[in-house]
Design a protein around this ligand. Structure first.
Ligand code: G3H
Ligand code: 13P
Ligand code: ZN
Length: 336
């Protein structure tokens, strides 16, 4: 099956009342892990690449790995999505490369750090929506800013400092015409989201529910939604790692989100933890090994396991067969 638009996946997920994990990739093993998990669980899937991932892979390698995935897993409906596009230019270059969905993250300025004004966000997002919809490509916008500054992306500091204002969310969707909306409800990118299990004080699910009530037809997106499982932290620390105790977004909170309009759940950190733990274990137990396959294979398997778990928990499992791919040209016609 060719790469499909994210809009098609999210519309279908809304009909079925499930969420779709959006998993970040940087290399072949991560793409393989996701595709194997998708086959195993019969899941449609969103594969996403950050600006950093595109730079790391020099774009072309990533794109051609994705094309290989469409050939090798023809039964899996799959989206290639630009994660956190920092500018109109980044989104346009992703579209030119063949991405079927882009995120214009105008909640921050192009430096990926400084919170922007509402007017700036509307203006850059609107520009991307016009260019993307003309090609049938999906657009995700963001209103409010996530916490943390892990990996150079985020407003930094307090995750509660720039929560999404429901009035602004309604206005933003009206002015931009985005297909999907990322909201800030207290999550952060990276492993260090919460210093204890989050409560309603630190993870604002009530706000998400209110935004969904006001925007019942907009697909909501939860970023920074890795659950940072203790067992994955423990494996890393058992084999020489030094992670500090930390908590992520409990699965039941993501599931509550899915019941309230969340259709896309972003997960990167859980995959990173799984991979790193598996590699550390081989290095620790078999210090004589130097063939990269001896540690990349268990790393790939560990990521596949966590991704398959998420696919089941988010409810996308079992739905791969529901799709007849809608060509991007047809999507473009529908937007017109
Ligand atoms: O947005 C955050 C994702 O985890 C991607 O991270 O920019 O290090 O690739 P990255
Ligand atoms: P995590 O760091 O929680 O995996 O979030 C990833 C993300 O939001 C990518 O955009
Ligand atoms: Zn994100």
């Amino acid at each position: 099956m060719p790469l499909v638009s994210m809009r098609q996946l999210l519309d279908e997920a809304a009909k079925g009342g499930y969420g779709v994990g959006a998993f970040n990739v940087n290399n072949m093993e991560q793409i393989q892990a996701i595709m194997e998990a998708a086959r195993e669980t019969k899941s449609p899937v969103i594969v996403q690449a950050s600006r950093g991932a595109r730079a790391y892979t020099n774009d072309k390698f990533l794109y051609h790995l994705m094309l290989a995935a469409t050939e090798l897993y023809p039964e899996i409906p799959m989206v290639l999505h630009q994660d956190h596009g920092n500018s109109v230019e980044t989104c346009k270059s992703a579209m030119a490369m063949g991405f079927t969905s882009v995120m214009m993250d105008g909640s921050l300025m192009a430096d990926g750090k400084t919170p922007s004004s509402f007017e700036y966000n509307v203006s850059v997002t609107r520009e991307v929506v016009e260019a993307a919809h003309a090609k049938g490509i999906t657009v995700e916008g963001e209103i409010g800013c996530l916490g943390g500054i892990e990996d150079g992306h985020g407003a930094g500091g307090d995750a509660l400092a720039h929560l999404t204002d429901p009035d602004q969310a309604v206005e933003f969707v009206r002015l931009t015409g985005v297909d999907a909306l990322a909201i800030a409800i207290g999550t952060s990118h990276g492993a260090y989201k919460f210093t204890r299990k989050p409560t309603g004080e630190t993870l604002k699910m009530d706000r998400l529910i209110e935004i969904h009530r006001r925007l019942p037809n907009t697909h909501l997106v939860m970023h920074g939604s890795s659950s940072v499982p203790k067992e994955l932290q423990d494996i890393i620390n058992q084999y020489g790692g030094k992670l500090k105790p930390t908590w992520g977004v409990p699965i039941e909170e993501s599931q509550l989100g899915i019941k309230n309009g969340v259709r896309k759940i972003n997960v990167d950190t859980d995959s990173r933890l799984a991979i790193t733990g598996a590699i550390r274990k081989v290095f620790f137990e078999k210090p004589e090994e130097f063939d990269p396959r001896s540690y990349l294979k268990p790393a790939r398997e560990a990521m596949e396991k966590v991704v398959a778990q998420r696919m089941t928990q988010f409810g996308q499992a079992g739905h791969a067969g529901d799709y007849t791919p809608i060509p991007l040209e047809e999507m473009a016609k529908r937007y017109r």
